[in-house]
Design a protein around this ligand. Sequence first.
Ligand SMILES: N[C@@H](CCC[C@H](N)C(=O)O)C(=O)O
Length: 293
Amino acid sequence: MSAPAIRFRKMNGLGNAFAILDARETGVNLPMDAIRTLGGRDGIGFDQLITIEPSRNGVDARMRIHNRDGGEVEACGNATRCVGWILMGESGGKSATIETAAGLLKAFDTGTPDMISVDMGKPRFGWQEIPLAEPFHDTRAIELQIGPIDAPILHSPSAVNIGNPHAIFWVDDVDAYDLERFGPLLEHHPIFPERANISLARVESRTALTVRTWERGVGLTRACGTAACASAVAAMRKGFCDREVTVTLPGGPLTIAWRADDHVMMTGAIEFEFDGTIDPETFAWSASRKGAA
Ligand SMILES: N[C@@H](CCC[C@H](N)C(=O)O)C(=O)O
């Protein structure tokens, strides 16, 4: 008897695109080359492949994250909001707790359709926690040796871990730099032993930032939720912003609040696009339904 087809939903958070597989009843383990093919232009097309599995801690579900390059990573803010939306839709509840490699994360229904919040937990700033390859006492600004192509225009990024590693460069104009060219160089800079997500951030006011991100393992994306959180808390630590900001990404706005209990809340829109199936043997996929969950 042939294995059952793998069900997936295509969703996005501000254009940050996901294929979300449901492996709660039938285990799914897609090989790296299948993830790369399905994620590309001729495949389903996604930034991350998300797998929902049964929780091992008795919470609503476990979520695993693979970047489009096939590598498994710890955190994805926008996908956590999408998975929260799925789980709350199933339970009819107002919140869902999701087990991730970055810890237990809780998603909330905001009461506005398709606007979902998630508690991303506590940011970490220690050089070993980010991680960085060498000691830095103050990660609000780290000195990097950057090759002649981009130096001296980019320097002294802030470094933050919000489940995954981020470096944020403070600039006057996020569109004035060729992020597609130097993003991969910085992602693989030896100071980041686990590579890093690279953002350009402009401070618009005490309550607004504009951010563009080169995502580790993916490339330029329309939005990166953890980059929005990392940029917001870095701006707050540097004294640029208040404790709640609107972060405008190419795909739209996210509200980020760093609460007094040190937890970072992220709120924004999600979108269900269509659902479909993947053949577990050939990895051929087809869309089966549009516009309804
Ligand atoms: N799109 C994500 C982040 C996904 C993981 C990231 N590329 C990494 O490698 O850490 C988000 O919304 O946070």
